[in-house]
Design a protein around this ligand. Sequence first.
Ligand code: SAM
Length: 348
Amino acid sequence: MPVLFPAEAPPQPPRMLRVRDGLKDGLGRGITYLRVSVTEQCNLACVYCKPRTGQSQRQEAPAMSRNEVVALVKVFTSLGIRKVRLTGGEPLLRRDLETIIAGISPEVDGRVHLTTNGFHLARRARALRDAGLAGLNVSLDAAEGRTFERLTQKKGLTKVLVGIEAARAVGLRAKLNTVVLRGWNEDQIVPLARLAQREGLQVRFIEFMPYLGNGWDRDQFMPAAEILQTIQEGLGLELEEEPPLGLEEGPARLFRMPGSEGKVGVISTLSTDFCARCNRVRLTSRGELKACLFGGPTVGLLEPLRNHASHEDLVQLIRRTLTDKLACHPMRSGDQPALAHGMWQVGG
Ligand code: SAM
């Protein structure tokens, strides 16, 4: 007879709290996606991101150590976070990035992604893949060297293209992200769409967002609808919209280009309201949880972690903070948010 009830249960390792219904904000939106900035430092000075009004872009507070990043991510994954994206600043400036990825990857069944400017990608691609990286988004705002340099304040388009190639060669799925600024790179929309068409890549065009110190003005803003029209006219074809993406794939609308594996997409943070589907939260490199890209509430998790707060205490802090996650970001209602961080600190 098989023993159905052994006399004594074997000793169990201590369990992290797993909550069946996951992490929800005060409005009942399920939070399943965490973006973590691992450094504020960046090797580029993109005109849409860097401070134009005197804020220092240098890191003043030390970033989380790799163990701290992994420890905090584990608290979130115990609450139901299923996907993690590492960003910055420029995450490839961290030499221990592969170790961080390797620490996080098993917690999210391999769903660790990276957003990078691709500058140091060529020599790191294989190690990133081996550490467990699932895929990456490479920021590329121009297909032509002089515009790239004007936007990023650095030469290096070829380096980024070689990096993208290296990532694909080792089997990493690479998508391109382009922030469109009228007067700066709207003439790059069609060449980048052609690059996607030719290489079977996905390029997503992002509306320029106002952020701390980045000098946003309405004249430089180009709405997604106009970006799509520019692509259709420039390529002389009708784009075919794909079915909406799953929540964890993000808010982009994607379009097929007939006759190509490549896709173009738009992320219309300002012209479309997708806050009702928001499933994401952010952790800055200083260990602050930000419930919304454009505002509060924010809470510091690093100090409690360093002061040996219990898992349950950290869970409570996170839950309490998310209770007040904004229903919608302030710009949708015409307000300029009072921002405490720059995009290079939050990670986009
Ligand atoms: N250094 C990495 C990179 O270049 O991708 C990661 C950090 S960057 C802040 C993350 C993302 O934010 C990039 O895709 C970037 O294009 C986007 N971003 C930065 N400032 C933006 C702005 N003002 N409007 C829209 N997207 C922005």
